[in-house]
Design a protein around this ligand. Sequence first.
Ligand code: MC0
Length: 132
Amino acid sequence: MFTRVDHVGIAVRDLDAAISFYEKTFGVSFTYRHTAQDQGVEEAMGQVGESWIQLLKPLGAETPVGKFIESRGEGVHHIGYGVADVRAALEELKGHDIRLIDEHPRPGSRGASIAFIHPKSVGGVLVELVQE
Ligand code: MC0
């Protein structure tokens, strides 16, 4: 089902500081920046090989990333895996004992079609399916 690691989502408190840290320390350049009101985040994406690092700053305390930082602090928030067809992947997962957050795909970063799987079903890791 998974075709690649599309991105690693990292929760940060200060987006500009995190971008600057990754650029100066690791030479990653962040070419995409976007506010996703529906997800409650401001994000910046930097490409590493064929994958991306996604820095996520919460727009408020009651957003998914805001709650995550409040309870766990900054750090890896989710892994985004590429799939050929997110709708077909969701149908396939319904045949397994998996708790889906999204029953249907929704729009995501860079025009992708995405769906989240609950971390309680994946050993504590929030998983995002990404169809480019
Ligand atoms: C919460 N939990 C996590 C977690 N977030 N575990 C691993 N990774 C995470 N990211 C755990 C909590 O520690 C808690 O465990 C339990 O899940 C319930 O947490 P909660 O704080 O009560 O949170 P809920 O239930 O309100 O929501 C958690 C859930 C939510 C994952 C369902 O955050 C969600 O729907 N996420 C999907 C959307 C999202 O994350 N959007 C932001 C990225 P305990 O053991 O204490 O019970 S947007 C994005 O990434 C877009 C732009 C894109 O890539 O295209």
